[in-house]
Design a protein around this ligand. Structure first.
Ligand code: ATP
Ligand code: MG
Length: 256
């Protein structure tokens, strides 16, 4: 990679208000190629709103989003997904009444670079099923392929959410609290799946579990009341008094 490599994602001067409520103020941060960036901050800090703007579910009042150097500020969400900008949601987007394999195969067919005519459709279906099974095997869930998502444990459903996003073949993956509600063991397993199957991806991870963020991410950005108050290495963030204050005494020492 050259010193001047274009960032995977450039978020520049983003501001957003809902009615009179200013939720994001002049937020600028870049995601390097292959980098894992943590995004932390108290409830209501604006983390999910920033994801909604990056993925095109919301239009910013000010600012610009560039994906691999191309301005996508006004691009529709599905255009961004096909370009390889994929997210997970705080709530599952899986279809509970479909099987695990069907969910992953649908994701594979809605992801990056999919286009096929009628004659190619059968091959596309077979390729999507194969991609689904490959992901399930690597995640240790191959024997779950035929089960309905509704029949999985909550922890397995959260892993399926991550596998759905990976099946879309992202180049940049945005994860919104993938470990919320999981036990420590389940959370660690999910992060292991993200780490191994998402190797080489550029990613932004929102999580309240600071152990996970500091352990996994190359850099960590801290949002507080809609402002980016710090963005630095995990060690530097742990030592940052402003970042600690944003957590009102939930000191990073406990999470180190
Ligand atoms: N569509 C909306 N309309 C009005 N207000 C909204 C909307 N979406 C978010 N907000 C408000 O914007 C602020 C930021 O919300 P956001 O969901 O981005 O926070 P967050 O950092 O993701 O919080 P959490 O950690 O709880 O998920 C909150 O005050 C929220 O109530
Ligand atoms: Mg949120």
């Amino acid at each position: 990679m050259s010193m001047h490599a274009v960032p995977a994602l450039a978020i520049e001067g983003i501001a957003k208000s809902f009615g009179g409520l200013r939720v994001l103020s002049d937020v600028s941060v870049t995601l390097g190629q292959g980098e894992c960036l943590g995004l932390i901050g108290p409830n209501g800090a604006g983390k999910t709103t920033l994801f909604n703007i990056v993925t095109g579910f919301l239009t910013p009042d000010y600012g610009r989003i560039a994906f691999d150097g191309r301005d996508i500020t006004m691009a529709k969400p599905d255009v961004r997904v096909r370009a390889g900008l994929v997210r997970t949601f705080q709530k599952s987007m899986a279809f509970p009444e479909l099987s695990v394999r069907e969910n992953l195969a649908l994701a594979a067919r809605s992801g990056a670079g999919e286009s096929y005519g009628w004659l190619g459709a059968r091959k596309a279906v077979e390729a999507a099923d194969a991609a689904a099974d490959a992901l399930l095997t690597r995640a240790g869930l191959r024997e779950r392929a035929e089960l309905l998502v509704a029949g999985l444990s909550y922890g397995e459903q959260r892993i399926v959410d991550v596998l759905i996003s990976l099946a879309m073949r992202p180049r940049v993956l945005l994860l919104d609290e993938p470990t919320a509600g999981l036990s420590r063991g389940e959370g660690e397993h999910l992060i292991e799946v993200v780490r191994t199957l998402g190797e080489g991806l550029s990613s932004i991870l929102i999580a309240h579990d600071l152990d996970i963020v500091f352990g996994l991410c190359d850099r960590v950005a801290v949002l507080d009341l809609g402002r980016l108050i710090a963005c630095d290495t995990p060690d530097a963030i742990k030592a940052n008094e402003g970042a600690q204050a944003a957590y009102l005494g939930a000191t990073f020492g406990e999470a180190a």
